[in-house]
Design a binder for this molecule. Structure first.
Ligand SMILES: [Fe+2]
Length: 191
């Protein structure tokens, strides 16, 4: 393990901006159109309005070594694709036995989780919520409000990201607007 100097990063709670991000990732609708249940709605938005920023991640750059604790912010913009609220791609950890902690900074969201053995859990997060994603649970966040939903994430460096399983199978549950508010529904496309 390498020896490092301590450091502090300033976090803007409203935007998730870091004072000196090591990396910034932007996910647009075109990057994840197939992940929305209503793919026709995604295609319509892309054709009529053009591409749209769904979420942005800003993180500190750390070596992927045992003992390192990467951390980042995620800002999900408000909006929907069809009835489905804007969301992250979601992932399992490549090392399934690694958990993660989320801390809500602003806005309002749902944390959608599932295990490979078929359990699901959906938790609400607001500013001040500390949410625990235990080992073995895939996790996706959803902005169910009408302002940015911003949260801070902390995980272990060797957890790794397995996006492929979710890209292939999807999540069992999706979050849609019904009667003006969020409703957790079964995903008709889940395989
Ligand atoms: Fe994660």
């Amino acid at each position: 393990m390498r020896y490092m100097q301590p450091f502090v990063t300033e976090v803007d709670f409203a935007s998730g901006a870091l004072s000196s991000p090591g990396y910034v990732i932007q996910r647009k609708l075109s990057d994840m159109a197939a992940m929305y249940a209503d793919e026709a709605a995604a295609s319509r938005i892309l054709a009529q309005e053009g591409d749209r920023l769904i979420y942005e991640v800003q993180g500190v750059e750390l070596p992927a070594e045992e003992g390192q604790i990467p951390h980042c912010t995620t800002r999900i913009l408000p909006g929907r694709v069809g009835a489905e609220y804007h969301m992250t791609k979601g992932h399992y950890h490549a090392r399934r036995e690694q958990g993660e902690v989320y801390f809500g900074l602003s806005g309002r969201g749902y944390l959608v989780m599932q295990t490979e053995s078929g359990e699901t859990s959906v938790q609400e997060m607001v500013a001040g919520s500390a949410a625990y994603v235990p080992p073995y649970w895939a996790h996706r966040t959803v902005n169910v409000g009408d302002e940015d939903f911003v949260f801070f994430s902390v995980w272990e460096a060797r957890a790794g990201h397995d996006y492929g399983t979710i890209e292939r199978d999807g999540f069992r549950k999706l979050v849609v607007m019904r009667d003006g508010g969020p409703l957790v529904a079964d995903n008709p496309n889940y395989t």
